[in-house]
Design a protein. Sequence first.
Length: 66
Amino acid sequence: MKIKEMKQVGDWISKQDAMEFLNYKTTQMNQFLKDYAPGLRIARIGQRVFITLSSLVQVIELNEVK
């Protein structure tokens, strides 16, 4: 398995890095952002989208199957 290092500024990662981590395509990621918008911290700068890594981890943990 190929491991890629994510580029991070503080706690922020790009939407593209999140897509690669989740193995999502554009449509899947856009739906994910809509479905989990209340739990995600998102910043938009022009057409670029950034997500806090901590909020992404929190969404994953909240959907953990026990």
